[in-house]
Design a protein around this ligand. Structure first.
Ligand SMILES: [Zn+2]
Length: 138
């Protein structure tokens, strides 16, 4: 049986190529501004807080907490029909950045998931070229 991923894929952009290269190595990297000392997501060459360009890449521990979540019951596009219900979440990483991701490894039941729960990153290979960071309850 084949399990070919048919969902949407990230569009390659120079600002995020490094990010996607690192997810293939099962590492999560963020941008951090050296002027206002903040990590941020999504990866871009300027700070979304102060506009500065004195930014660097930092490796995230992959640990964080669940800031918010929703259980998706209706597929947003046909590509997701076989995947509902699933959990989308906003993750607050311990470096300070917040990113959207899927919460996996837990039944999509609101009785089992709560804001503030500790989470940690995992990775799903969507295609041979694209590996997506996802999160699990820690
Ligand atoms: Zn800044």
């Amino acid at each position: 049986m084949t399990n070919v991923y048919a969902g949407p894929l990230p569009v390659k952009q120079p600002e995020s190529d490094f990010y996607w290269e690192k997810t293939q190595s099962r590492e999560l990297w963020l941008r951090r501004c050296n002027d206002c000392d903040r990590a941020y997501f999504y990866p871009r060459d300027f700070c979304p807080t102060c506009g500065g360009r004195n930014v660097e890449w930092i490796r995230s521990s992959g640990k964080g907490t669940l800031h918010a979540f929703a259980i998706v019951h209706r597929a947003p596009t046909p590509a997701f029909r076989d995947r509902v219900p699933f959990v989308v979440a906003m993750i607050d990483l311990e470096e300070g950045a917040r990113l959207p991701a899927n919460l996996v490894g837990v039944d999509p039941d609101p009785a089992l998931i709560a804001v503030g729960m500790p989470v940690e990153v995992d990775f799903q290979d969507l295609t041979p070229e694209v590996t997506l960071p996802v999160f699990r309850l820690a």
